[in-house]
Design a protein around this ligand. Structure first.
Ligand SMILES: *Cc1c(COP(=O)(O)O)cnc(C)c1O
Length: 230
């Protein structure tokens, strides 16, 4: 099988697994996590019908974007966003998935206002409370959404999380269930500029669990492209 055929085959398999995990009861957006993959392989994934491409490094995104790697496909930023890189990414991507502080909200809002656009974002939640990871604590979520409601040039479209790496047959299901609860709870509250449309959770090792617990957006790298060689 060629590389391109393999990528298309992998995507078919993932779609099947997703449909099985949610009983086909809802649309689940498949975001290809494209880090360390070259434009030709990204184009193969787009041709095979992924719903978006997500990069997690600003420089890598800008380089590949300049080469037209994501042409015809929505672009997401899924990695940790440093404050000094905000101006490079706002307006260049359809969705910034990884916003986790009021400072970041303010900078994104200011830049989007200057560009005359409304930037869609997700709030990243540190669902397992791992100190070294990005994301805000679940308890801090209402205050952050309240802050977002004052930012007219951005729109919160939902929540995202990166739970712990799955080891030894463990499972992230309790974390995904907690995220689903936060998603539903906050959907029922009405904040300006806040719409709980997307629950982004699940990667190669745990996307079926995530979908079973309510994800409607998954971010998948290695199951599409094969192992990354660091
Ligand atoms: C790389 C990455 C993924 C996908 O990881 P895989 O385990 O290869 O599927 C998902 N989300 C983020 C934020 C990533 O950086």
């Amino acid at each position: 099988m060629t590389d391109v055929d393999q990528i298309a085959d992998n995507i078919r398999t993932i779609r099947g697994n997703i449909a099985a995990a949610c009983g086909g009861d809802r649309a689940v957006l498949l975001v290809a996590a494209t880090k360390m993959n070259e434009p030709a392989r990204i184009r193969a994934a787009i041709a095979a019908g992924v719903d978006a491409c997500g990069e997690n490094k600003v420089q890598e995104f800008l380089e590949k974007d300049a080469l037209g790697a994501y042409d015809g496909c929505p672009k997401h930023f899924i990695g940790h966003l440093q404050r000094n890189k905000v101006n490079k990414i706002v307006g260049k991507v359809d969705l910034i998935q990884s916003v986790d502080s009021e400072a970041l909200l303010t900078l994104i809002d200011r830049r989007a206002a200057a560009l005359g656009i409304v930037q869609d974002i997700l709030i990243e939640v540190s669902v397992a409370g791992e100190a070294q990871k990005s994301g805000i604590a679940p308890a801090a979520l209402p205050a952050l959404l309240h802050a977002a409601s004052r930012c007219a040039a951005l729109r919160v479209r939902g929540l995202m999380c990166v739970p712990p790496i799955v080891v030894d047959g463990g499972t992230n299901r309790p974390y995904f269930a907690l995220m689903q609860q936060l998603f539903v709870d906050n959907r029922s509250k009405k904040y300006d500029n806040v719409f709980m449309d997307f629950l982004s959770m699940g990667m190669t090792d745990d996307y079926e669990d995530a979908v079973a617990e309510g994800a409607n957006m998954v971010r998948i790298g290695s199951a599409i492209f094969g192992q990354r060689h660091y």
